[in-house]
Design a protein around this ligand. Structure first.
Ligand code: ZN
Length: 297
């Protein structure tokens, strides 16, 4: 009975309406806003983990969502350069304009890897402002959670104490989870990885994995037959332990290389919802670590 009462308290919101409408470019930031805001937020993600966040259409339903948003959270560092500027312009919501308090570039709260400053896009999708795929290191997620909680409390100041206490609770559970992942991932140290796209540089730095090659010869362009043949020769006698791709990437290049070299190909979720077990941020890293450990055996 007491249990039932507790459950009712959790599922029945005190007020009917969420206080903050969060529009996120990627599922991980919507999930993080929900961790911090609970029922106070209505979080929506423009992309799912089964879509490539570099390329989507600025469709009318997304424009309507941005128009009503109190806060827009995106990875940034030009990850969404192909669609977010158009979306913001068409939505014409001054509260979420870049530079305003209602716009948050998640990757600006961490130290970005591979900042080249080179804006020549002839070499492909090179991410001159640094690698934007920052969510693959849970320490980055912790830093972004701090900034997001602060921003949410500022935008919905009446509920500031709720955001603060929920954030503290999340941060404590997150630190415990990080220690657990780091302990379990010890055997992955020194693992040599071939990745489809440069999506995993933060994960690799975190766990001590060495990236030896990419399936994409030019970042952002599909792996070419010439490049794959070259990799087959290069890794015919070892030199790599795993081939990593995300669920939205074509499986053929990974499989092709796996068949010819015997190197295990594995799918890692790049965000919440990418695989069945990645139901939330905790599940996301459980899945990543488990799948890599499975491939290492
Ligand atoms: Zn990228």
């Amino acid at each position: 009975m007491r249990y039932l009462y507790a459950v009712l308290l959790i599922v029945v919101p005190l007020s009917g309406q969420a206080e903050l409408r969060v529009f996120s470019c990627e599922p991980e930031w919507a999930a993080l806003a929900e961790e911090i805001g609970g029922d106070l937020v209505d979080a929506y993600s423009a992309t799912t983990a089964l879509q490539d966040p570099h390329y989507i259409q600025a469709r009318p339903s997304l424009i309507a969502k941005v128009r009503r948003a109190n806060l827009v959270v995106c990875s940034g560092a030009q990850l969404e350069i192909g669609w977010l500027p158009a979306l913001l312009q068409k939505a014409n919501n001054r509260n979420v304009r870049p530079g305003s308090r209602g716009f948050m570039e998640a990757s600006s709260f961490v130290l970005r890897i591979d900042v080249t400053g080179n804006v020549d896009r002839a070499q492909g999708d090179i991410h001159p402002l640094g690698n934007p795929h920052v969510q693959t290191d849970p320490h980055n997620v912790a830093a972004i959670a701090d900034a997001l909680a602060e921003r949410m409390a500022e935008l919905d100041s009446e509920n500031a104490s709720v955001y603060e206490s929920r954030h503290q609770d999340f941060a404590a559970r997150w630190q415990t989870a990080i220690s657990d992942w780091e302990t379990r991932a010890t055997p992955l140290r020194g693992m040599r990885a071939i990745t489809h796209h440069k999506s995993w540089v933060y994960l690799e730095r975190w766990l001590g994995i060495e990236e030896v090659e990419n399936l994409e010869a030019v970042p952002g362009l599909p792996p070419s037959a010439t490049h794959l043949s070259k990799l087959t020769r290069e890794f015919a006698d070892g030199g790599a332990d795993v081939i990593i791709r995300s669920p939205y990437q074509d499986e053929k290049p990974s499989k092709w290389l796996e068949e010819r070299t015997g190197i295990t190909a594995v799918v890692l979720p790049l965000s919440v919802g990418g695989t069945d077990g990645a139901t939330d941020l905790f599940g996301l890293f459980d899945e990543i670590v488990n799948r890599l450990l499975g491939a290492a055996q």
